[in-house]
Design a protein around this ligand. Structure first.
Ligand SMILES: C[S@@+](CC[C@H](N)C(=O)[O-])C[C@H]1O[C@@H](n2cnc3c(N)ncnc32)[C@H](O)[C@@H]1O
Length: 244
């Protein structure tokens, strides 16, 4: 049996909850035995796009980085799904000119960096078919404040606290309530909110490397807390599935 690498193990802990949500949407009534048209905005090198194409769906990646798109192309060819994955250089703010329509839009780790999150969500809502879904993954503010304070960056933690300081190098951070309000303004209805990476970034990597079964147990623990509201403020990221 092939051994998974340390980076694969960490990735499975970080993205397990998000994958559960995305698979849930694709396994629902609308797509049973049917291909979905998926747009991955800021999809980068295809960490989601390529496995989704392997499930039989058609995926269009929009990303401003030519390097990321070259890696995406390589990965799609290596995995034999180049006919179902296309990459296009572009920005979320130009989505309506790049994409006609989509059943599912992934926007993972991008809203933090755009100039106008509200306009970006409206652009996504504009390309979703009626009944289509958005999978939105963003950095969560409270956990970022705690992380800065624990690293001794007290002034930076204080600046981040109320969310009105200019976005730093890592971009904006959002709270659950801010995100729900932004989605509502864009005409999108949140159906599920998940806490992502509640423990993953706190656990030393060596623990996963040394102890057999630790990765699977941590993935299970992340799953168990993902839908508990009391864990949302502790999560590094928030994942929202919203419907149009
Ligand atoms: C943090 S990475 C996330 C990659 C991928 N979505 C994932 O979850 O693994 C952010 C990606 O967004 C892209 N990006 C940055 N600004 C963007 C924008 N304004 N519109 C679309 N994509 C953007 C970057 O090139 C990068 O590939």
């Amino acid at each position: 049996m092939q051994q998974s690498s340390a980076s694969d193990r960490r990735q499975s802990v970080r993205s397990g909850v998000v994958w559960d949500g995305v698979r849930g949407v694709l396994g629902g009534e609308a797509f049973r035995d049917q291909q979905a048209l998926i747009v991955d905005v800021g999809g980068g090198t295809g960490g989601f796009a390529v496995p989704l194409a392997e499930l039989g769906h058609t995926v269009q990646v929009i990303d401003p980085s030519p390097d990321a798109l070259a890696s995406l192309d390589r990965r799609a060819r290596e995995r034999g799904v180049a006919d179902r994955v296309s990459g296009r250089q572009g920005d979320l703010s130009d989505l309506s000119t790049l994409v006609a329509e989509a059943d599912l839009v992934l926007c993972h780790g991008v809203l933090e960096m755009v100039d106008d999150p509200s306009a970006s969500l409206a652009a996504i809502a504009g390309v979703l078919r009626p009944g289509g879904h958005l999978s939105l993954l963003v950095a969560q503010r409270h956990a970022a404040v705690v992380a800065r304070a624990m690293a001794g960056h007290f002034a930076a933690a204080r600046e981040l606290l109320d969310g009105d300081a200019p976005a730093g190098r890592g971009g904006r951070r959002f709270t659950h309530d801010e995100l729900v309000a932004l989605l509502g303004t864009a005409g999108l209805r949140p159906e599920a909110v998940h806490a992502v990476r509640v423990f993953a970034d706190l656990v030393p990597g060596s623990l996963l490397d040394l102890e057999a079964g630790a990765t699977a147990a941590l993935v299970e623990l992340e799953r168990a807390v993902a839908t508990r509201p009391e864990y949302l403020p502790l999560a590094t990221q928030l994942h929202v599935l919203a419907a149009r």
